[in-house]
Design a protein around this ligand. Structure first.
Ligand code: CP
Length: 317
């Protein structure tokens, strides 16, 4: 049975999803949070199903949480990294996908350094495909877990002001979050140096600030982003020291946000570059650990909804 509230075959991005579809995924994920906190974490919803995590880039959180998510739903989960696969012998992305497709898998989770690679691959296989992050394009499950984390703390997304700070230019996390927060009725501010904000980004329905102090005034949520050195061609910042001075989150800058503003970071963090340890580890304000916990629940929800059309599924979360 297909969930009538979520009709997509793949999850390639947040762009194109409506508020009801996002709410459906968040509601289902909320249920899995409770399951994950219980002693018996395992369900047999996906017994006999196969999930393959195909990662062409490094990952700690996304790969591990998809593995846990699949196993907690009873699926067989296989992890493949480009480093240990025949990609190293010259096999193309498409040939790799066709090879896996011949093994009758049910869900393929893909992370790839090139924007658009996951969509291309989804057109070649029979199973559901989930984008685990493609280049600077999208990271949909990260935006969903961020939204679930915010919704659980603040009780809503609509009407909140969310500041996304740092290397927006190279960030798929920022792109997916902008789409999601806009669709769900939040106001988005982007804060960063001109070199790290895409030109014309205002067209995405956001406010842009190059002065972090002004941008943080009165915000409800602060999302810090990592400087993505691996995607940079050339120098985008004068020095780490100067970057931290102007765009690193510390207690002094945090004081400009609302008194109950929360701090988020998708990880991995570069302490002392974009965020001070004092604020990252602030148990009252930092939601960074909750984000990781919500990541497993959100990925369970995604595996759940994308397999509801398969035979012998009860369709219930
Ligand atoms: N946030 C995130 O995608 O982390 P990983 O690179 O560790 O998966």
């Amino acid at each position: 049975m297909t969930d009538t509230r979520f009709q997509h075959r793949h999850l390639l991005g947040i762009q194109g999803l409506g508020p009801e579809e996002i709410t459906t995924l968040l509601d289902i994920a909320d249920g899995y949070v409770e399951q994950n906190r219980s002693v018996d974490k395992r369900k047999n919803l996906l017994r006999g199903r196969t999930v393959i995590n195909l990662f062409f880039e490094n990952s700690t959180r996304t790969r591990t949480s998809f593995e846990l998510a699949g196993k907690r739903l009873g699926a067989d989960v296989i992890n493949m990294q480009a480093a240990g696969s025949s990609v190293q012998k010259g096999e193309t992305l498409i040939d790799t996908a066709m090879t896996l497709n011949a093994m009758h898998l049910d869900v393929l989770v893909v992370r790839h350094p090139d924007s658009g690679a996951v969509k291309l691959l989804s057109e070649k296989v029979n199973c559901a495909v989930i984008n685990g992050g493609d280049g600077s394009h999208e990271h949909p499950t990260q935006a969903l877990l961020d939204a679930l984390t915010i919704r659980r703390r603040k009780g809503r997304l609509s009407g909140l002001t969310v500041a996304i700070c740092g290397d927006v230019l190279h960030s798929r996390v920022a792109r997916s979050n902008i789409h999601l927060l806009n669709v769900m009725g939040a106001q988005v501010r982007l804060i960063g140096p001109r070199t790290l904000l895409p030109s014309g980004v205002e067209r995405m329905g956001v406010e842009v600030f190059h002065d972090m102090r002004r941008g943080l005034e009165g915000v409800d949520v602060i999302m810090m982003l990592r400087i993505q050195n691996e995607r940079m061609r050339g120098n985008f910042i004068p020095s780490i020291r100067e970057y931290f001075h102007f765009f690193g989150l510390d207690q002094a800058k945090l004081a400009l946000a609302k008194p109950d503003a929360v701090i988020m970071h998708p990880g991995p963090m570069n302490r002392g570059v974009e965020i001070d340890s004092d604020v990252a580890d602030d148990v009252e304000r930092s939601l960074i650990r909750e984000q990781v916990e919500m990541g497993v629940a959100v990925r369970m929800a995604c595996l759940d909804v994308l397999t509801r059309h398969l035979p012998n599924r009860d369709g219930a979360a």
